[in-house]
Design a binder for this molecule. Structure first.
Ligand code: PGA
Length: 251
């Protein structure tokens, strides 16, 4: 199996331009020697261009925290895939639970964003995850399956093979609660088998499935040791060079 691990930092609505550039420099240094894994950071839009310039000579990919579904036009407040590409973004995060919950982004809207990203040669980091109520009601797998089917509707297996999925249980994001490594592995294996049914085994085997939700220096090694966990999407711990540097250097 040749899935290259990906550690992605989602900076959310944090950091000024100067702080972002400084942290990006430190992340680039921490990632310098790593050729068996990939690293990505997704700064706020205001810092994106400066961070992209800072990372130009590094091996760190630049992500965005969302992407519009059209390339241009009257879409106030949106940033198009072409504009993102223009400054060096390669991996837009799409369908993060904060977009779904706080900004009412639906599966249908997220599907349009994923489709547009692929059409413009960007690699979507497509997020899915269940709430605590859904998990306690025993609906985790059906919720994830429906997010996958709706979010990836109309996408063919060749396109699917190039996307990244981030499984982020909503109850684990920013709460300090992590899914146990067994819970995470079980869910990742379920996601991979759903992808295999939706596309085919070869596409499912090449799709990287990241885990997200309170990933920290002290739990990253155990998570990364699981067969179906191919990386991490990190929020809080991505905002400090020391903790993110340790996470990208997982054992
Ligand atoms: P967290 O956030 O690491 O702070 O839990 C993860 C995310 O929202 O991507």
């Amino acid at each position: 199996m040749s899935r290259k691990p990906l550690i992605a930092g989602n900076w959310k609505m944090h950091l000024t331009i100067a702080e972002s550039v400084e942290l990006a420099r430190l992340v680039a240094t921490a990632s310098e020697q790593l050729d068996d894994r990939e690293v990505m950071i997704a700064p706020a839009y205001t810092a994106l261009d400066a961070v992209a310039k800072t990372l130009k000579e590094s091996n760190v990919h630049v992500g965005s925290q969302n992407v519009a579904y059209e390339t241009e036009g009257a879409f106030t407040g949106e940033i198009s895939p072409l504009m993102l590409k223009d400054i060096g973004v390669t991996m837009p995060i799409i369908g993060h639970s904060e977009r779904r919950q706080l900004f009412n982004e639906s599966d249908a809207l997220i599907n349009k964003r994923v489709t547009a990203a692929l059409k413009n040669d960007l690699i979507p980091v497509f997020c899915i995850g269940e709430t605590i109520e859904e998990r306690e009601a025993g609906n985790t797998f059906s919720v994830l399956e429906s997010q996958l089917k709706n979010g990836l509707a109309g996408i063919n297996k060749e396109q699917a093979a190039g996307i990244v999925i981030a499984y982020e249980p909503v109850w684990a994001i920013g709460t300090g609660k992590t899914a146990s490594t067994e819970q995470a592995q079980e869910t990742h294996a379920f996601i991979r088998s759903s992808l295999s049914e939706m596309f085919d085994t070869s596409a499912a085997e090449s799709i990287r499935i990241l885990y997200g939700g309170s990933v920290k220096p002290d739990n990253v090694d155990a998570l990364m040791a699981q067969n179906d966990i191919d990386g991490a999407l990190v929020g809080g711990a991505a905002l400090k060079a020391e903790s993110f540097g340790r996470i990208v250097n997982f054992q």
